[in-house]
Design a protein. Structure first.
Length: 217
């Protein structure tokens, strides 16, 4: 059973929009009432956030861990939300940036989207918005890889992470004669992706700052 907020008139908490809940959160002095608002937002968006994470992580346990981190980041920054965009759009940006940062730091993440038949988290049938969102995520990852890596790095990452081919086999396939073989290209690629994600994060922050400035006028 969901807790109800005091002084909401005839409205129940479930009838408030996300943006109204956040506005009340920012104005609410009571920690317990703030927690009620956060719990409502969490219940509304947890399934969608974990699905976003799953599409990139390709692993349900890892996606659940990432989703928890996403909500921690989002709720810690909730006081900065100005309403220049929908909360779901803002939350998606937080989730996307966190997931891509995790990808750049891990060597065991495959750059692929899990098949819908493997997902027991949400309904199998997706609405058009979700389908577009999936395509947007895949395009972003593909573009990030293509723009950041050279031809050999891209081949190594694709063969190892997307195809699951061991690094020593990749080294032989591509005739890589350097001492570390394919591993050296993975290290180089991860470094380049980390820098690219850092630039993307700065760009996103600048964009949000401009949007917030326009919203306040």
């Amino acid at each position: 059973m969901r807790c109800e907020l005091a002084d909401t008139g005839s409205k129940s908490i479930s009838q408030f929009s996300d943006e109204e809940l956040i506005q009340r959160y920012q104005q609410e002095p009571s920690p317990s009432q703030q927690q009620t608002l956060i719990d409502e937002l969490f219940q509304r968006h947890y399934q969608q956030v974990i699905l976003w994470c799953l599409r990139i992580a390709g692993n349900r346990d890892l996606a659940a861990d990432w989703a928890q981190d996403v909500f921690l980041k989002a709720f810690r920054g909730l006081h900065t939300f100005k309403g220049g965009s929908k909360f779901s759009t803002w939350l998606y940006s937080v989730a996307r940036n966190h997931c891509f940062t995790q990808v750049s730091q891990r060597a065991d993440i495959r750059f692929e989207t899990p098949d819908a038949s493997d997902m027991n988290i949400t309904e199998r049938r997706e609405n058009p918005y979700q389908l577009l969102e999936r395509k947007d995520t895949k395009r972003y990852v593909t573009r990030l890889l293509a723009d950041s890596l050279d031809e050999v790095e891209l081949k190594v990452m694709s063969l190892h992470f997307a195809e699951g081919i061991p690094l020593d086999t990749v080294s032989r396939m591509l005739n890589l004669c350097n001492i570390s073989g394919a591993k050296a290209y993975v290290v180089s690629a991860k470094r380049k992706l980390s820098r690219a994600l850092g630039r993307a994060e700065l760009s996103f922050q600048h964009k949000r700052t401009r949007e917030d400035g326009h919203a306040e006028k």
